[in-house]
Design a protein. Structure first.
Length: 291
């Protein structure tokens, strides 16, 4: 039996903080990642390790037994890393992500990596989803988070989200007028999906504003210039969901996936692993870019 150090670290953090939530904060992981790691650890050892009583969280007898070994294993692991120089990993990683990828998650995963490898230089590229995909496929990114349709695309699945129609809190559509749209630049998948959905529904529309970035787009939406499309979990201040109110067609959900190039250097492969740890994903399905 080979015990995973990330899972053991989660067990120790839960024992020391008495909470899944506090343990997640201590390790810079999501709570779902901590829960998944403990679930897989329990499945591997074939024992229940934590009693999840609503009033109090406590380790079982088997959990207490494994806790002692976990602390010893992690101490030896840290000592070995120091002796072998892994903690001194250096180099550069070219990382990209869409602008609308959750900023809190992005900050969490980069902090998680920086804490482990302070001597690695991160070159971060944030832009439109299609741009990030093109940059990755052109070999200009080592690791990237890309958004894809629910089509079984390759890469490690990080999460799913919905697309919703949004507008400013004071926006009102005038009777009989074409629906004014505020969208990303031509070539953006979200722009194509939105306009095609309206065309299929027979809803007349006009382009009120086109923006190459999320900041400009959100400013135009909040100012009441028109209707746009946003991630369901990322509706900003001064913006509200208006799909049902305006009788607009439903939009398809999408996925965030992690992709890693074939020629990624060791620091980039380590960043990809750190991202999988943050999101509690161990199902590695790498999408290879050009060398």
């Amino acid at each position: 039996m080979i015990l995973d150090t990330a899972q053991l670290r989660s067990l120790v953090a839960i024992a020391e903080t008495g909470s899944f939530t506090r343990a997640a904060g201590h390790l810079n992981l999501t709570q779902s990642a901590i829960s998944l790691q403990i679930k897989r650890l329990e499945e591997q050892v074939g024992r229940k390790l934590i009693d999840r009583d609503p009033r109090k969280l406590a380790l079982t007898q088997d959990g207490e037994l494994l806790l002692g070994y976990a602390r010893r294993i992690l101490a030896l692991h840290k000592e070995a890393e120091g002796l072998l120089g892994q903690a001194e990993m250096t180099g550069q990683v070219r990382f990209g992500a869409p602008e609308y990828f959750d900023a809190a998650d992005l900050s969490m995963l980069l902090a998680h990596f920086r804490r482990q490898h302070p001597n690695v230089q991160l070159e971060i590229n944030i832009g439109l989803g299609p741009d990030m995909r093109r940059e990755f496929e052109a070999g200009r990114l080592d690791v990237a988070v890309v958004n894809t349709e629910l089509s079984g695309a390759s890469g490690t699945l990080l999460g799913r989200d919905g697309r919703v129609w949004v507008a400013g809190v004071e926006f009102q559509r005038q009777p009989g007028e074409a629906l004014p749209l505020v969208l990303f630049s031509p070539g953006c998948d979200w722009r194509r999906i939105a306009t095609e959905a309206l065309d299929r529904a027979g809803i007349a529309w006009t382009l009120a504003l086109s923006s190459s970035g999320v900041t400009g787009l959100n400013a135009a939406i909040a100012a009441g210039l028109g209707v746009s499309v946003a991630p369901a979990s990322g509706i900003g201040p001064g913006i509200r969901e208006v799909g049902r109110e305006l009788g607009l067609p439903e939009l398809p959900p999408f996925e965030y996936r992690l992709v890693e190039s074939r020629g990624a250097p060791p620091p980039a492969r380590r960043l990809a692993q750190a991202i999988r740890e943050v999101f509690g994903r161990e199902d590695v399905d790498i999408r290879f870019g050009d060398d």
